[in-house]
Write a protein that binds this ligand. Structure first.
Ligand code: NAD
Ligand code: TYD
Length: 371
């Protein structure tokens, strides 16, 4: 039985990970620490909030004494670190928060983990107890590929290009150094682009789905030929599960979907899928009267080419051979099934994304601090 501290568990991947973990390992204890920034949503954890093995702590990972007290009070043996500023566009307009949370926040967690898991027991002359610090990173630390370059392996030299990827690369290096220098039991996973339920609608896939339903334009940066490798979010959780249970200490593991798509093609594919859903279910036209599908017009006409992102990485592709061979990892979801589930989730959970758009998703946090 594990006792987990999950940082950033109210965000997109963190919340999906908590759902995955509590379903698969119902006896494990899970504590989430989340600052509930704009990307955090308390309702993402609604289904586990009443579970006696679950605790939510509203807090900042930069608050080292708080993290130390959580590690001690809950006797945590496994820290899974998702908390981050995660949107490349925001990192271009405002990098400060990325340096603070992604670098300083990771450093704060490492210091807390070292004090509680290593230093305190050494002072008592005891053997360090079993512990694991798992750091969730991204393929973006490897930089960009041309159309013909081989995919990123764990040996690919880091070459981050955006303030986001540079801050993640810095945090990866700190995690590595805490293992090499102090003997902290760490693992790191570098994953490709995720998609699925609870994805904040500033990112490409949920933005496109929700814009289609509102007859808003579908912005394509530059020529739309940039390539991303898309993985269903539950398969990311499954990959982390394998790393936690079978991964070797001090190692990095790539997790990917072997599923490369040019942005323009994925936007066209989603447009088609939404149109098909409207054809199957006449009720959708009543629920989303603004959608072009509701008046039998072509959704693709919403596609609008806009100015490119500065420094836009051309292509990401993950070679997950090591993770596949060593841990037996294979994604369970194909892109066809994963994207169909995702479109369905957004059609069925309008309340969730409307509350993000109108800001009411932050009511819980406001209510905690009023008066
Ligand atoms: P997200 O932006 O949806 O969620 C981040 C969460 O972290 C939010 O709940 C936010 O409130 C919380 N948070 C932010 N700053 C915090 C702080 N200082 N203290 C405590 N909590 C804080 O991000 P995501 O897409 O779920 O990504 C999670 C992790 O996975 C990140 O580390 C990201 O780099 C990595 N990752 C993401 C992707 C992807 O496609 N989204 C791919 C690979 C790796
Ligand atoms: P995004 O979802 O922001 O993820 P990342 O930048 O981490 O890969 O973007 C995915 C791709 O889609 C990326 O190449 C940028 C592009 N993009 C658009 O073309 N239009 C948009 O409105 C957004 C948000 C992204």
């Amino acid at each position: 039985m594990k006792k987990l501290l999950v940082t950033g568990g109210a965000g997109f991947i963190g919340a999906n990970f908590v759902h995955y973990w509590m379903k698969k390992y119902p006896k494990d204890k899970v504590v989430v620490i989340d600052a509930l920034t704009y990307a955090g949503n308390f309702s993402n954890l609604a289904s586990v909030q009443n579970n006696e093995n679950f605790n939510f702590v509203h807090g900042d990972i930069c608050d080292q004494p708080l993290v130390e007290s959580l590690l001690t009070e809950h006797d945590i043996d496994t820290l899974v670190h998702f908390a981050a500023e995660s949107h490349v566009d925001r990192s271009i307009t405002g990098p400060d928060a990325f340096i603070e949370t992604n670098i300083m926040g990771t450093y704060s967690l490492l210091k807390a983990a070292k004090i509680v898991w290593l230093d305190s027991v050494q002072a008592d002359n005891e053997q360090p107890k079993n512990h694991r610090f798992h750091h969730v990173s991204t393929d973006e630390v490897y930089g960009t590929l041309s159309a013909t370059d081989p995919a990123f392996t764990e040996e690919t030299a880091y070459a981050p290009n955006s303030p986001y990827s540079a801050s993640k690369a810095a945090s990866d290096h700190l995690v590595r150094a805490y293992h090499h220098t102090y003997g902290l039991n760490v693992t790191t996973s570098n994953c490709s682009n995720n998609y699925g339920p609870y994805h904040f609608p500033e990112k490409l896939i949920p933005l496109v789905i929700t814009n289609i339903l509102h007859e808003k334009s579908l912005p394509i940066y530059g020529d739309g030929q940039q390539i991303r490798d898309w993985l269903y979010v539950e398969d990311h959780a499954y990959g982390i599960d394998l790393v936690l249970n079978k991964g070797r200490i001090g190692e990095n593991y790539n997790i990917g979907g072997n599923n490369e798509w040019a942005n323009i093609d994925i936007v066209k594919e989603i447009s088609l899928l939404v149109e098909q859903e409207f054809q199957k279910d006449s009720n959708l036209a009543k629920r989303f009267p603004k959608a072009l599908s509701a008046i039998a017009q072509n959704t693709k006409s919403l596609i609008t080419y806009v100015q490119d992102r500065p420094g836009h990485d051309r292509r990401y592709a993950i070679d997950a051979t090591k993770t596949n061979n060593e841990l037996g990892y294979q994604p369970k979801e194909s892109f066809k099934t994963g994207i169909a589930k995702t479109v369905q989730w957004y059609l069925n959970n309008e309340n969730w994304w409307q509350s993000v758009m109108d800001g009411s998703y932050q009511d819980w946090i406001k209510s905690q601090y009023s008066n």
